[in-house]
Design a binder for this molecule. Structure first.
Ligand code: IPE
Ligand code: IPE
Ligand code: MG
Length: 245
């Protein structure tokens, strides 16, 4: 079956799609290219997915681009990926502004060079009032690190007498996560055939629908994206309740 936007019920789209963009290296290897070329093609796929998300009026898109654990990779690969972030962000700044897209970067930004942090903060500042789409980029992000950071920040406030432990509920806890003002993902897509979370949004995906595809990220076409959205529309979400027949 060929998928097009017409196959979809536009009134039943997820509000927040999160994607683990995996398989750049294997795609490159399969085609006889160096791993870096896979990341470059992957960045092109990300741009197309952002455009499609915008076109479908899905208001939140989170892309896992670099994990806290990815620092373990060879220095050369890490450097080329970081350079690619810098070049892509500088290049796409005007696209984001022009389209009304808000950029939000989640993760441990103290791991990055000052010039990359400056560029991120400049774009975040210039796009902060945009509301058509929030593009959340997870860079040097780890779900466990995020939860630990929240626990530390909350403990500090308690110690300083700024917070009563009795008032710590889910809402207060969420306010201390990187994702603060972003709703939980409705749909999580992972490419490349791996069926694991790799430390992504551990707190936030408690009731997220999961979609795995064996397609490598550089070959994740618009049709593949629509297939994932179509699969989401067939799911019945219950959140622990009972379905009314
Ligand atoms: C995802 O592709 C991109 C990053 C993790 C930065 P990979 O680089 O993990 O590609 P594979 O999994 O080795 O094929
Ligand atoms: C997850 O992919 C991180 C990103 C896509 C940025 P990895 O390639 O790092 O995950 P593992 O190592 O296969 O679990
Ligand atoms: Mg991988």
């Amino acid at each position: 079956m060929a998928f097009s936007s017409f196959s979809l019920d536009l009134s039943k789209l997820p509000k927040h799609v999160a994607i683990i963009m995996d398989g750049n290296g294997r795609w490159a290897k399969k085609h006889g290219f160096p791993r870096f070329y896979g990341h470059k093609k992957g960045a092109e796929t990300a741009k197309k997915v952002i455009e499609k998300t915008y076109e479908l009026r899905i208001p939140y898109l989170t892309l896992f681009a670099f994990s806290k654990e990815n620092w373990k990779r060879p220095k050369k690969e890490v450097e080329t990926i970081l350079e690619l972030f810098k070049v892509s962000l500088a290049k796409e700044k005007h696209f984001l502004i022009e389209k009304g897209i808000r950029l939000k970067v989640i993760g441990d930004r103290k791991d990055f060079s000052e010039d990359l942090v400056d560029l991120i903060e400049e774009i975040e500042e210039e796009t902060r009032h945009n509301s058509k789409l929030t593009l959340c980029l997870a860079l040097s992000y780890g779900g466990r690190a995020e939860i630990l950071k929240a626990v530390k920040d909350i403990s500090t406030k308690v110690k300083q007498g700024l917070l009563d432990p009795e008032t710590i509920d889910e809402k207060v806890f969420r306010e201390h996560l990187y994702t603060q003002d972003i709703p939980d993902p409705d749909l999580l897509i992972r490419t490349s055939g791996e069926e694991r979370l790799s430390n992504f949004l551990l707190f936030q995906i408690a009731y997220t629908e999961l979609y795995f595809t064996s397609v490598y990220w550089p070959e994740f076409t618009e049709e593949e994206y629509l297939k994932a959205l179509y699969s989401y529309q067939k799911r019945e979400r219950r959140f622990g309740g009972v379905h009314e027949f």
